[in-house]
Design a protein around this ligand. Structure first.
Ligand SMILES: [Zn+2]
Ligand SMILES: [Zn+2]
Ligand SMILES: [Zn+2]
Length: 283
C-alpha cells in the first residue's frame, strides 16, 4: 500500500479512553472492578475514543467524556468527527457540539450512510445538523479507510477505521461480533493474515471481555465480542514483522484493567499490549 501524504493525513493518534461504552466505574456495579475505581479515581477509565492530530484535529467517537478527553490533549478545536457505528456509548457526546455547550460550527461528520440516517432520525441530534454545528462529510478518504465489520445492530452498520500515515498505518477495531464472521466477511483465515494484507503497523483491537465466564453472573446478554482469550489463541506469540496489537474497549469486568493480573501478564508475555488513556501512536 502506498503511503503518500495528503492534506487530510494525520500524523499522530492519541488513545483518549480504553473502556467499553459505559466506562469504568459503571453505573450500578458494586463489584470490586467498579468499587476499586470509585475509591481510587486513577483507576477510572473513559469510553474508547481517538484523538487525530494533523493539520486539523479530529476525534473518533463522541463519548459522554468528550470534555475530559479533549482536555487530555490541550482542548484543540475539533474540525472532524469520525464514527465507527452509532451504539450509544460511541455517540452520546454529540450533544456537546450544540448550543448548550461549545456551539461549534460546521464540524465535518464522517460516518456511513446508515449511521448518518440513524443519528439524523433522532430529533435530539437532528438539531445539530439543522443549526450547522455538524455537517455530513465523506466517510472514506486516502488517509482514513472504513472497513465494514459484522456487529449486532438493527439500524446501522459498523466499520473498523484504517488510518494511513507516512510511517505507520493503524487499524482501529473497537467493536465486532466474532472473529469467524469478521474474517469470513473479509475473506481471510486468521487475524494476522488480515492485518498483513492491510500493511497495518498498529492494531487497536476489541478487547471487551477476557473470556466467556466474565458474563455468566451478569445481566448482560446479547453482547457478543470475541473474548481476548480467543484472540490470543488466534494470534499466538508476537513474531518478527507482526504489528503492535493493543487491546482497547475493555469492559469494567475485564481483568486486563489490572496490570498485576495473570491475564495482563499473559498478554504482555505474548508480546501484545493493553491500551491506557493517553497512549500515543505516531503515524
Ligand atoms: Zn462499543
Ligand atoms: Zn464493575
Ligand atoms: Zn457497539
Amino acid at each position: 500500500m502506498v503511503k503518500e501524504r495528503t492534506s487530510k493525513m494525520y500524523n499522530k493518534i492519541t488513545l483518549l479512553g480504553n473502556a467499553q461504552d459505559a466506562g469504568r466505574p459503571q453505573f450500578g456495579c458494586t463489584d470490586n472492578c467498579c468499587e476499586d475505581a470509585r475509591k481510587d479515581r486513577s483507576l477510572a477509565r473513559m469510553p474508547v475514543s481517538l484523538g487525530l492530530h494533523g493539520n486539523d484535529f479530529g476525534i473518533v467517537e463522541a463519548t459522554r467524556c468528550i470534555g475530559d478527553q479533549l482536555a487530555m490533549v490541550g482542548n484543540p478545536d475539533i474540525s472532524d468527527i469520525w464514527l465507527t457505528h452509532a451504539h450509544l456509548g460511541h455517540i452520546e457526546g454529540l450533544g456537546q457540539f450544540g448550543r448548550e455547550s461549545i456551539n461549534l460550527k460546521n464540524v465535518r461528520f464522517h460516518c456511513s450512510d446508515s449511521v448518518l440516517n440513524y443519528v439524523k432520525n433522532h430529533s435530539i441530534w437532528q438539531k445539530l445538523f439543522d443549526r450547522g454545528n455538524l455537517s455530513s462529510a465523506a466517510f472514506a478518504s486516502d488517509a482514513v479507510i472504513p472497513i465494514e465489520v459484522p456487529h449486532r445492530a438493527r439500524d446501522f452498520d459498523t466499520h473498523a477505521l484504517f488510518f494511513r500515515g507516512t510511517s505507520n498505518n493503524l487499524l482501529f477495531l473497537p467493536d465486532h461480533d466474532t472473529w469467524g464472521a469478521t474474517l469470513s466477511s473479509l475473506g481471510h483465515d486468521n487475524p494476522k493474515a488480515w492485518f498483513q494484507s492491510l500493511d497495518a503497523d498498529i492494531v487497536l483491537l476489541d478487547g471487551t471481555f477476557w473470556d466467556d465466564n466474565e458474563l455468566k453472573n451478569r445481566v448482560q446478554t446479547n453482547v457478543p465480542h470475541p473474548p481476548v482469550s480467543q484472540s490470543l489463541e488466534l494470534l499466538g506469540n508476537r513474531q518478527d514483522g507482526d504489528p503492535r496489537i493493543v487491546f482497547v474497549h475493555l469492559n469494567h469486568t475485564n481483568p486486563l484493567h489490572y496490570p498485576d493480573s495473570a491475564q495482563y501478564q499473559q498478554v504482555s508475555e505474548m508480546g501484545w499490549e493493553v491500551g491506557t488513556d493517553g497512549m500515543e501512536f505516531p503515524l
